[in-house]
Write a protein that binds this ligand. Structure first.
Ligand code: BGC
Length: 249
């Protein structure tokens, strides 16, 4: 079955139909810049535009960069404060709504490097923020929000993602090795807390893994994600398909 996956990020909203058996897009994706300010109504209008572009009448899965429970948002710090308490599922016409990192993790566990992996698998996405998806024997613990951890010895008012995300690398003009040092410190902390058996690194930086992973060593294997830019779209579709009982591979 095909499901339309839509991935809402801080800079772009991307969508495409996904073949759930193969975990692949069946048409070229459409990308629309995220409206600013990224208030719920403005973002919903772009989501609708994507649905109309593909003349879609089937199931839809949408990712959001924030905590979401039963379709209702707690927050989305990198979008707009008005998202707090918003019924995103209702706003998006009854779509299944899932946290962006949880979706990317779902995609990776179903079609990528996490396939068949038991134990505690931690997927971390490095982008505008740091997203996290935690799996225990393949089952997702949703909304873990590990990007907002505070690191020991750092400004206690600052989230780790302000220091170690890919945006921090760009904003502070860090070289790869210097940034890798920050990621190393962050990974040491999450490894101490969760003792993962595998850490998968996703987000835009995963395609440049050879530039920073050689500098990283923690008490768990750290590998780049297999699914790159499309992980959010595929994970959104897979989550929606899953909730409707569509068999995944
Ligand atoms: C948000 C998370 C999100 C992550 C990556 C964080 O700031 O709180 O929900 O997964 O950014 O977009």
């Amino acid at each position: 079955m095909d499901v339309l996956g839509i991935d809402i990020g801080g800079s772009g909203i991307k969508g495409a139909p996904v073949d759930l058996r193969a975990g692949e897009l069946t048409a070229e994706r459409l990308r629309i810049p995220t409206p600013r300010p990224a208030e719920p109504a403005a973002v919903a209008a772009e989501v609708r535009r994507i649905v109309e572009h593909f003349a879609w009448t089937g199931p839809v899965g949408v990712t959001v960069p924030g905590v979401v429970n039963g379709g209702v948002m707690r927050d989305a710090v990198n979008l707009h404060e008005a998202w707090a308490g918003t019924d995103a599922a209702g706003l998006f016409g009854g779509a299944v709504v899932v946290n962006d990192a949880d979706a990317a993790g779902m995609a990776e566990m179903t079609y990528g490097k996490g396939r068949g992996e038991g134990g505690t698998v931690l997927m971390l996405t490095f982008g505008t923020g740091i997203g996290s998806a935690l799996f225990t024997d393949g089952v997702l613990v949703p909304n873990t929000e590990l990007g907002h951890l505070r690191l020991p010895g750092h400004d206690s008012a600052k989230d780790a993602e302000h220091w170690a995300s890919d945006r921090a690398r760009e904003e502070h003009d860090l070289g790869w090795q210097e940034w890798a040092g920050r990621v190393q410190e962050y990974l040491e902390h999450v490894t101490m807390l969760l003792s993962p058996s595998l850490i998968i690194i996703g987000g835009g930086v995963s395609k440049k893994a050879d530039k920073f992973l050689p500098y990283i060593q923690v008490d768990a294997p750290v590998i780049p994600a297999a699914l790159r830019n499309e992980a959010g779209i595929i994970g959104a579709a897979a989550t929606a398909g899953n909730r409707r009982g569509t068999p995944l591979p």
